[in-house]
Write a protein that binds this ligand. Structure first.
Ligand code: GH3
Ligand code: MG
Ligand code: MG
Length: 320
């Protein structure tokens, strides 16, 4: 059987082995227990601080959430966790052996401890610096993955996923405001012939050139250019009427044509060209996403049938 005295020694020994700070205060905030973890992180020994008020040892804790938690434990008998988001390092504690280094991030909890008629309180402090660093790294990693998941791997412009997400968002916005919203679907003419003639690798380079030109031509911050699939691209133009969108489409078509990128002999023109279908949101007509895409697709098909290298506005079947 272990005697009471040896039990106390055992308890003190065990507290010194813990990988967290333990401080016990009496009902007048005097320190009655201070484990070794506290000594190594504060540079103050148990002999030096025991018997002193916690707020004399650490005056900066006055008016802090730690003081409020101590009062809640001693006066109301309530246990409390000091919110990490508000106070990351309430105690002036540093990594063991570095008394002038940065403060460690702390998770602090305060609990009442009844000892006969007296109420004491136990403060437990954990070093969460590593956890916070890891959380930050995980958040940064997640953010970079999310950003990459919206970029087309070949051309570097937005991908279909981003297009879908943006079109839904802009359609909802246009439905609420009643403002115009236009969509361009663009397709490189005779691209199969391009690949057959120049090879797939040069085909890829051509796709990158067209995609970058396209993204560079959309001037408004809300405009979005995306690779829709294969050799097809899309542009979402918020606050843009059908007529304005047809104008933007014509500028894009001319820009690509003027670059005189050599095309295959079997193509309609000797340089790379685009066919573009334009459709616009209107409150009663094309308010559904599928209807808007279908209208732009039909206009694009009409541009192909009419001879390629042209812009067709949905519902008109003609170039502007
Ligand atoms: P049209 O004028 O009617 O659009 O004719 P097209 O030859 O462009 O149309 P089609 O749909 O028959 O061919 C599209 C070609 O685009 C075929 C496909 O190999 C090529 N393509 C799709 N994605 C890529 C890609 O990532 N890289 C390369 N190099 N070619 C691609
Ligand atoms: Mg195509
Ligand atoms: Mg094509």
């Amino acid at each position: 059987m272990i005697s009471t005295d040896s039990s106390l020694d055992l308890a003190a020994g065990a507290l010194n082995l813990l990988d967290c700070g333990v401080v016990v205060l009496d009902d007048e905030h005097h320190i009655v227990l201070w484990n070794r973890w506290m000594t190594t992180r504060s540079g103050r020994s148990s002999a030096r601080v025991c018997g002193q008020s916690l707020f004399t040892v650490f005056p900066e804790l006055r008016g802090s959430r730690v003081e409020a938690a101590v009062l809640a434990a001693l006066v109301d008998g309530n246990a409390k966790t000091v919110s990490q988001g508000l106070e990351r390092s309430p105690f002036p504690l540093r990594e063991a052996g570095s008394f002038d280094g940065v403060r460690i991030d702390q998770a602090v909890s305060v609990s009442p401890l009844r000892e006969g008629a007296a109420t004491l309180c136990v403060i437990e402090i954990r070093d969460v610096s590593g956890t916070i660093d890891r959380e930050r790294q995980l958040l940064e990693h997640a953010e970079s993955l999310r950003a990459r998941s919206y970029v087309d791997g070949l051309t570097g412009i937005h991908n279909r996923r981003y297009f879908d997400m943006t079109l839904d968002r802009e359609l909802r916005r246009a439905q609420r405001s009643g403002g115009p919203l236009s969509l361009l679907l663009m397709d490189i003419d005779s691209f199969k012939a391009y690949n057959d003639h120049f090879g797939h690798q040069q085909g890829d380079t051509c796709l990158i050139t067209v995609a970058q030109a396209l993204a560079g031509m959309l001037k408004r911050p809300a405009d979005v250019a995306a690779r829709y699939g294969g050799e097809e691209f899309a542009a979402i133009l918020p606050d843009t009427t059908a007529e304005q969108a047809a104008g933007v489409a014509e500028t894009i078509r001319l820009d690509i044509a003027k670059r005189r990128l050599a095309h295959a002999p079997a193509a309609v023109k000797d340089h790379v060209t685009l066919s573009i279908g334009v459709a616009s949101f209107s409150k009663d007509g094309l308010s559904e996403r599928a209807l808007l895409i279908d209208a732009a697709d039909k206009a694009l098909y009409a541009a192909k049938r009419a001879g390629r290298d042209r812009v067709v506005l949905a519902g008109t079947g003609a170039s502007p």
